[in-house]
Design a protein around this ligand. Structure first.
Ligand code: ATP
Length: 365
């Protein structure tokens, strides 16, 4: 016997928030209810001020749904619905986002265009740890410095690193419980799944929840007017990449790879996936391209060199540039002020700025 969404909602309507004296369905706290076979997922939007005190409510909701016939697995998370964003660590640079457009309803399901956003560019990699988030953050800041209005959506649901890289903590607010107001630092308007879950807490996402979270971030975040929205994707070629190409109008993708053959092999898979989903590849960036010794200035090609450029040439895709493996890049990114924000005139920043300029030169954004 298969459980229906209505049965799940019915079970959830028996769970009463003692603070409100209302059940969580009537109070519109139970959201994104999704049934996939014998698996059920949903989120419970709570006042973050109440924080962990709401955990028993979540457990009661899970138990109520688990008790339904035909349900094997239930996943439920608590999300915040209303807080004040924390103050950015540095003053925003670049033109502020125009937040007026969010008065409109979120995009109609038929439209894949994100309201107010001219171009969506996915930053992808075939394998993890190649520096995709570092490239995304620095490219975003470099584009901002060139006068573009830039947003960055951290869709790396398995390991969101943009809150740390952009130096943003705190939670986005949602004045009406529907739209989500993104946060902002270094001139970049940002949203991350990492803002929604406590730092350091592992989140086990099941398929439907993952899709729900991405769709929520695409449809409910009030980006304002943006020239370009960069999307920091999880590594690989999984569900998130597919959902993105199905749910949003994507201008193109940038593939980040290190020079090793193995990374390039995975990068090829990513390229292939974008091709199959009709998302144009705007270019390839080679990260950790060479290591310049801070003491003697000698350049060593620890992971090899030039592989991504050769691959780009072979496939007729723009090569956007090489980013060196450099301690300052790591320290800046991991410290909350990416190198292009922290030391904009350094040679390391130049590499990112050159890549941003080449991206603009493609004429696609
Ligand atoms: N060019 C670079 N020089 C030095 N360190 C770098 C460079 N690029 C990235 N790093 C460091 O490598 C680590 C991984 O980078 P990052 O998080 O950007 O990779 P990722 O591909 O997004 O990883 P994940 O697959 O986990 O999402 C970070 O500590 C980052 O600071």
């Amino acid at each position: 016997m298969t459980v229906t969404r209505e049965q799940v909602l019915d079970a959830l309507s028996k769970i009463v928030d003692p603070g409100l004296g209302q059940d969580i369905v009537a109070a519109q706290m139970a959201k994104a209810v999704s049934v996939s076979g014998d698996q059920v997922s949903f989120v419970i939007e709570v006042d973050p001020a109440k924080g962990p005190a709401m955990e028993p409510l979540r457990q009661a909701a899970v138990a109520a749904v688990e008790a339904l016939p035909g349900v094997a697995k239930v996943s439920a998370v608590l999300t915040a619905h209303s807080t004040t964003p924390s103050a950015p660590r540095t003053a925003p640079k670049g033109p502020p986002p125009d937040l007026n457009i969010g008065r409109k309803k979120p995009a109609e399901p038929a439209s894949k265009k994100i309201p107010g956003v001219d171009h969506v560019v996915a930053i992808a990699s075939g394998k993890g740890g190649v520096g995709k988030s570092t490239v995304a953050a620095n490219l975003a800041i470099a584009l901002t410095a060139m006068g573009k209005r830039v947003g960055l959506l951290d869709a790396d649901v398995y390991g969101p690193s943009q809150p740390r890289m952009l130096g943003i903590s705190g939670r986005p607010s949602s004045p009406d419980g529907k739209i989500i107001l993104p946060l902002r630092n270094h001139g970049v308007t940002a949203m991350s799944i990492g803002f929604m879950v406590p730092e350091g807490e592992a989140v086990v996402w099941r398929g439907p929840m993952l899709m729900g979270a991405l769709q929520q971030m695409l449809g409910q975040v009030q980006w304002g007017r943006l020239d370009v929205l960069l999307i920091d994707l999880p590594p690989g070629t999984g569900d998130v990449q597919l959902t993105l190409s199905q749910k949003a109008e994507v201008t193109g993708a940038i593939i980040v790879s290190t020079p090793q053959d193995i990374a390039l092999l995975d990068a090829r898979k990513a390229l292939d996936m974008f091709r199959k989903t009709d998302v144009p590849v705007l270019g390839i960036i080679e990260n950790m391209s060479g290591y310049i010794c801070p003491n003697c200035g000698h350049e060593a090609h620890i992971f090899g060199h030039g592989g991504a450029r050769a691959e780009a040439e072979r496939l007729g895709i723009p090569f956007l540039g090489e980013i060196p493996l450099d301690l300052a890049i790591r320290e800046a990114g991991d410290g909350g002020a990416p190198i292009v924000a922290a030391r904009p005139s350094s040679p390391q920043s130049r590499a990112f700025i050159d890549a941003a300029e080449r991206l603009i030169d493609t004429g696609k954004i």
